[in-house]
Each structure stands twice: as structure tokens, then as C-alpha cells.
Design a protein around this ligand. Structure first.
Ligand code: IDC
Length: 481
């Protein structure tokens, strides 16, 4: 059995943001050069659990403005490792760690700060580093004071809390704000793990009439959902036939989700062919447009490829490492979800397992990995792999059905219940296929519902729709401190 360890919060302030400029007056500087003012303050915060942690590092420049920077520090314990970092290029050699700025956060004016982070692992202990440098200069928090600090007031041992203010609304987005991957979880703006529960559209090219103000009101208010997955097929008369039209359709639905406080999961729904590289250029074009247009929103999550199949993990990883930077260039803090081998089965449907990902993760931060299942087809061996992977990888079930993998057939209530109980326990977010009136067992609405215009209540629902509405509309219980 696996359980999600409860993170313990540690917070350490290195240096205080006090004083003005620090002068790196050392003998190694050529005396003929004007000396640049240097200095910095660093806060290093961790969420830690047995064997792993997420570190959030805020760097404040107290010296002259810089155009690029390198942060340096050493881990105190030999077993501490950076596993996956974000918002900087992270490197580790022995216990020495460096984080080099990216193009978008390299410029740091005097007094400006930026936040970067990483997921790490530890073996013996996980103490925080005690000394940091910025472009080689020690981050002591400012100048060496010319007068000693007053000794009557001891320096604070804990920094002021950085907890955001309480939410001002009651929708999922109002409460949770900008999401971030922390450890193996999806965390809200309070740094606490949450689970999002919601529905996936069917193909926008076929069921556009199901996504309108009335149906999304029903999803938000009657279903009490947290999430709308926007499935934009690329082939099968999808995006490739009208890039501008489908991009606009996705953006409109992002807006409708935002207006209702729902998270919007933008699904680049590749399926056949299974090699995501076939659509690499389209993906770059699409995600450049969508991420630029929606960069200021905090409700958008990007799913860069639906179900890779018939390709190696290294090909999928290569695709991800080309598409993610396109998104990050516009929207550096958005969560990105990467499809997995074998129709996003973590490799299981093609005879593999999640080890290939753990051993060769995508080199980008703030990402999660996709798992899909169809409850009548995929049972214990898939569940066992999800349990095993969930303690090592951030997972998001961006699509699942209560029926067979064809999307049709009878609802398997028993298997669906076991699956959703598992996802609830592991706090794995999910979206159900589909919020549509397609003539197939996986559709939530009876055929013809979308032409009628009434979506709330149970009279319009199929067996799958009823089951899912009952699961989704139970209270969310999002932590707010
Ligand atoms: C199915 C639809 C069906 C459509 C078919 C082909 O339910 O109406 O004809 O796609 O486009 C997936 C895919 C998802 C499938 C679904 C059910 O992500 O596109 O939808 N499924 O077969 N993976 C596993 C199952």
C-alpha cells in the first residue's frame, strides 16, 4: 500500500532584506575596474516528505541590476539531490548546485526578486543550505553593517508568513488560484495538495453545440465541477483543417471556464497517428498562440499530447522538451501535462511501466504525467501501476471512461468506483470522457440533449452521467491555509 506522506513545512530565511548595497571588495577584482555593487537575499522554503521535497527559492537582488544571474549553494547533506527544477537551468556537481537564469527572468533590477524551484530527493537528512551566492557574491542580505545591529532585539528565527490572503470567492479558481506541482501533487496557492474533478468535452469538431453558457453553468453550478477539459482533436477534421477556427474555439471555452471559476485543461487531442512528432509544428503554433493569449489567466492547464501510442518514451519526452519551452516563454508558471506511452497508460498497454519515466523524466519543471483508463477494460494491473507510480511521479488523469476503451458499452460501476476511490485517496485530479450527448455509453447526456438546451438536473443524464455527477458534486474541501 502506498499513502501520500503529509508534507512538513520548513521555512528558512537566509540573510535579511536589510541594508543597502554590499561591495564585493575582494582582492580578486582588478583595482582599475569600477566595482559593481553586489548583494542578495535568499529565502529557501521546502515541503518535505520521506525521501523527497520541493524547494521554493526566492532570490532578491540587492546590488546593481543584472541581465543574467547564477545562484549557487551547497547541500549540507551528501544524499541531497536536485531531481527536477523550474524557472532556471539547474545543475549539480557533488553537493554544489547552480541555478542559471532563463531568458525571461534574467533581468533583475536593484531590489527585484524572482522565484525559482525544484523537486529534490534526500536520503539521510534534508537540511536547508546555509549560504548562497548570486553571480559569485555572497547573499548576506545586504552590506556588512558599519554599526552592529542592536542586540536587544534578537533576529527572528522564523520569517513572516508568506501565506496568501483568504479567498475572496467560492469557485475552485477563486479559492485555489494559480496551481503548481509540488512533489507528486498538484498544489494550490497555499502550497497544499488538491484534487480537481471535472469533465472532458468530446471532440470540438463534432459537439460544439454542447458547449455554451447553459451547459457550462450546469457544469459549474449543478455538477459543482472544478475543471473543464477542452478536447481539441488535431486530426479527424480537427485543428489541422482550420487552425485559426479551432484556436479561437479553445480560447472562447477558456474564457467561459474562467467566467465560472473553473480550471480549463487545454487538450491537444492527438490520437491517430500516435507519434506526437507528427504534429510537432502544429503543437508549437497552437501552444504559442494559446499560451500568449491566456498568459495572464490563472485557470489554464496545458495538456500537450493526448495519447501517444506506438512510439517510445524517449520520442514523447523529446516532443515534450520542444513544446514546453514554447508555453513557458509566454506563461512561465502554468502547469503542463505530458502524455505517456501506450495511450497514456504509463506504458502498461504496450507492456511497459512507469520506470521508464522515473528513470528518464522530462527535463522541465512544474509538469505532470498523464494516465488514462476505461474502467470496464482496465482494472487491477493498471490500478497497481498507478498506485506504484503515484509516490514517484505527479499524475493527472486527464481522461477516463466508466465504460470500455471504445468509449461505448455498459457502465462498469464497480470498477469505476474502485478507480475513483483510489484517485480520491491519492488526490489525483481527473476529467471524465465525455460531457456530451454522443450516442455512446461514455457520454453523460442522453442523445439530443444539446439540441434541447437544458443541462441541469438528472433527467437529461445517461447512466454514466448520473454516476459522474454524483461523484463530482460532493464537496471539494480545498485547504485555504
Ligand atoms: C472516441 C470517441 C468516439 C470517436 C473516437 C475516435 O468516444 O466517439 O469516434 O474517439 O475519434 C480515447 C481517446 C478518445 C476516444 C476514447 C474512447 O482519447 O479520443 O474517444 N478513448 O474510445 N482513449 C481511450 C479511449
Amino acid at each position: 500500500m502506498f499513502s501520500i506522506p503529509r508534507p512538513s513545512r520548513r521555512h528558512l530565511l537566509v540573510g535579511g532584506a536589510v541594508g543597502a548595497l554590499a561591495l564585493a571588495a575582494t582582492a580578486v577584482l582588478p583595482s582599475t575596474n569600477a566595482m559593481a555593487a553586489t548583494g542578495c537575499a535568499v529565502t529557501y522554503t521546502t515541503n518535505s516528505w520521506q525521501g523527497g521535497f520541493t524547494a521554493t527559492v526566492t532570490v532578491k537582488n540587492l546590488g546593481d541590476a543584472v541581465n543574467n544571474w547564477t545562484l549557487g549553494f551547497s547541500f549540507p547533506d551528501a544524499g541531497q539531490r536536485v531531481v527536477q527544477g523550474w524557472s532556471a537551468t539547474w545543475q549539480q556537481s557533488g553537493s554544489a548546485v547552480t541555478a542559471q537564469s532563463m531568458s525571461y527572468n534574467g533581468s533583475l533590477g536593484t531590489g527585484a526578486s524572482t522565484t525559482i524551484g525544484f523537486n529534490g530527493s534526500w536520503t539521510g537528512a534534508n537540511p536547508a543550505p546555509t549560504a548562497f551566492t548570486l553571480n559569485g557574491a555572497a547573499c548576506t542580505g545586504g552590506t556588512t553593517p558599519t554599526t552592529p545591529p542592536p542586540t536587544t532585539t534578537p533576529p527572528p528565527t522564523t520569517p513572516p508568513p508568506t501565506t496568501p490572503p483568504p479567498p475572496t470567492g467560492t469557485t475552485p479558481v477563486a479559492i485555489n488560484g494559480q496551481l503548481r506541482v509540488c512533489g507528486v501533487n498538484l498544489c494550490n496557492r497555499y502550497g497544499r495538495p488538491i484534487q480537481l474533478r471535472g469533465m472532458s468535452t468530446h471532440g470540438l469538431q463534432w459537439f460544439a453545440n454542447c458547449y455554451n453558457d447553459a451547459s457550462l453553468d450546469a457544469l459549474a453550478n449543478d455538477w459543482q465541477a472544478d475543471l473543464l477539459r477542452i478536447s481539441m482533436y488535431v486530426q479527424e477534421q480537427g485543428y489541422e483543417t482550420n487552425p485559426t477556427g479551432f484556436t479561437n474555439q479553445v480560447n472562447n471555452l477558456v474564457d467561459k471556464a474562467e467566467a465560472r471559476g473553473l480550471y480549463a485543461l487545454v487538450d491537444f487531442h492527438t490520437l491517430t497517428p500516435g507519434d506526437p512528432m507528427y504534429n510537432l509544428d502544429r503543437a508549437k503554433t497552437f501552444f504559442a498562440a494559446v499560451s500568449a493569449r491566456n498568459a495572464a489567466k490563472n485557470n489554464v492547464i496545458y495538456e500537450i499530447t493526448n495519447e501517444p501510442n506506438g512510439v517510445s518514451w524517449s520520442t514523447i519526452r523529446n516532443y515534450a522538451e520542444q513544446v514546453i519551452p514554447v508555453i513557458r516563454a509566454n506563461d512561465p508558471d502554468a502547469v503542463v501535462i505530458v502524455g505517456t506511452r501506450g495511450w497514456s497508460s504509463l506504458g502498461v498497454s504496450e507492456g511497459g511501466n512507469s520506470d521508464e519515466i522515473v528513470n528518464n523524466p522530462v527535463r522541465a519543471g512544474n509538469i505532470m504525467y498523464t494516465f488514462h483508463f476505461y474502467a470496464a477494460s482496465h482494472k487491477d494491473n493498471y490500478r497497481n501501476e498507478v498506485q506504484r507510480a503515484a509516490s514517484r511521479l505527479p499524475l493527472f488523469v486527464t481522461e477516463f471512461g466508466t465504460v470500455t476503451y471504445t468509449g461505448d458499452g455498459a457502465v462498469d460501476t464497480a470498477s469505476s468506483t474502485v478507480w475513483l476511490d483510489l484517485l480520491d485517496r491519492l488526490k489525483i485530479s481527473y476529467a471524465n470522457w465525455t460531457y456530451s450527448d454522443a450516442s455512446e455509453g461514455s457520454a453523460a447526456f442522453r442523445p439530443g440533449t444539446c439540441a434541447g438546451g437544458t443541462y441541469a438536473g438528472t433527467s437529461v443524464l445517461t447512466e454514466s452521467g448520473n454516476f459522474m455527477r454524483n461523484r463530482i458534486r460532493t464537496p471539494d474541501n480545498f485547504p485555504t491555509s
